[in-house]
Design a protein around this ligand. Structure first.
Ligand SMILES: *Cc1c(COP(=O)(O)O)cnc(C)c1O
Length: 427
């Protein structure tokens, strides 16, 4: 029978790489224990909501056509609402991705003449076109919704004075992005999001506070809706889908906000009453059930990568010691070869398409070539082990996911092995 080390050696990890990884892991035990503690609490939270709402075998069946009286769909939405301690939820396969969910939440709750404010700087790339920061067909700007932005201060703190000045009579909705996305600012903790919401509401109590929760679900034991967010929005091919949801997005929050979103998703007058779930509910339920532990595995992977590459002298964001509020890890290699080798290593560790070699390509919407590593069961899923890096200064990769901790660990060791093979790192 193979021991642990022998199992890694049989999968192409050298003894040196394995031992280096093991020495890094030695110091991470207390952090991993804390992650397991959070996963335990979140697992009970999800289970409790499923039991309270009496999820039954009948809920796993789907509807077709209009989808009237879809018990499984409506019960799943009640489960989401309870987990997020929100009044209502919209959880649908008809929401095609995270950007769509965010666009839906914004477009359904804003009217011509309203202003949208981001008090945390520039939002995620794809939202620039939704808002109309980059002119785009069908953007909020085209419908007469204006946009204002207040950047974070140099040290990453909120510019409270700037935010106070930016809130005006027309400010209807404030959008707060939890994760740093592809920026270098720190990710916001739920606690900090709560402070920001309180501040905004102290100036204008009726403003709608929306949080882009992508990559943040189940990283902490509370969610933004626990600290005053009126709407919380995310993608099911990230954390809450648990790797099983093959599509989908969610919006949870105040009843009125969620209703507005439902009327926009389907039609005025129809709202949440239509929208067949087809055959997808078992994956939505089971994925949500697994999401707390899947997220924990991905977090361990991110922390392992941060500490391993930090020890080798590469800048990492967040650093090895920092507390975590999302599952994304950035590692700066400083050279194109480093970025490429890292992605090759991640790809070669995949359960699907491990035999293909990723190459930098001209992706639409980007100003430099981008290399992506993803060998996922669900195409484009970033709760599965994945990495991407633009081939430009500072030559950083963004790495996330891992459906299980052992797989995330193996992928990171594979990336290091590849960097060693190419002579970019010497252990
Ligand atoms: C992924 C992501 C989005 C967009 O989600 P897609 O599913 O890729 O459209 C929006 N905001 C943040 C912070 C994200 O990480």
């Amino acid at each position: 029978m193979l021991g642990t080390k022998e199992a890694y050696l049989s999968m192409g990890i050298s003894e040196k790489t394995y031992e280096f990884g093991a020495s890094v892991l030695e110091e991470l035990k207390p952090r991993f224990e804390e992650i397991d503690r959070i996963a335990e609490i979140n697992q009970l939270k999800v289970l409790g909501a499923m039991q309270k709402n009496q999820v039954s075998e009948a809920c796993l069946l789907g509807t077709t056509g209009y989808g009237y009286n879809d018990l499984g769909r409506d019960t799943l939405e009640a489960v989401y609402a309870d987990v997020f301690r929100a009044e209502s939820a919209l959880v649908r396969p008809q929401i095609t991705c995270g950007t769509h969910a965010l666009a839906l939440a914004l477009m359904s709750n804003l009217r011509p003449g309203d202003e949208l404010l981001s008090p945390v700087g520039k939002p995620y790339d794809t939202l620039e076109e939704v808002i109309g920061i980059r002119p785009s067909k069908g953007s909020l700007a085209e419908y007469g919704v204006s946009y204002r932005q207040v950047d974070l201060l140099e040290d990453g703190s909120f510019d409270f004075e700037g935010i106070r000045k930016a809130i005006c009579e027309n400010t209807k909705l404030v959008t707060i992005q939890r994760s740093k996305g592809y920026q270098t600012r720190p990710t916001l903790s739920v606690d900090r999001i709560g402070q920001l919401i309180s501040f905004v509401k102290s100036i204008k109590p009726d403003v709608i506070c929306m949080v882009d929760n992508c990559y943040g679900e189940f990283v902490e034991t509370i969610e933004p809706s626990d600290v005053g967010a009126d709407m919380v929005v995310g993608s099911l091919i990230k954390n809450p889908g648990g790797g099983l949801a093959p599509i989908g997005g969610y919006i949870v929050g105040k009843k009125e906000c969620v209703e507005n979103a439902a009327y926009r998703l389907t039609s005025p007058g129809l709202g949440k009453e239509v929208g067949a779930s087809l055959g997808i509910l078992p994956q939505f339920y089971q994925g949500f059930f697994l999401a707390p532990t899947v997220t924990a595995g991905a977090l361990k992977g991110a922390i392992f990568a941060a500490n391993l590459y930090e020890r080798l002298g590469f800048p990492v964001v967040p650093n090895g010691k920092e507390s975590r509020h999302d599952i994304i890890q950035a590692v700066t290699f400083g050279t194109p070869e480093g970025v490429i080798a890292f992605c090759e290593g991640i790809q070669s560790a995949a359960p699907v398409d491990s035999h293909v070699t990723p190459e930098p390509w001209d992706m639409p919407g980007y100003d430099a070539k981008v290399i992506m590593a993803a060998g996922a069961f669900v195409s484009g899923s970033s709760i599965e082990l994945s990495a991407d890096g633009p081939i430009k200064e500072p030559y950083a990769v963004y790495f996330q996911g891992g459906l299980t901790w052992p797989h995330a660990k193996f992928g990171i060791l594979k990336s290091l092995e590849r960097l060693c093979e190419k002579g970019l790192v010497t252990l």
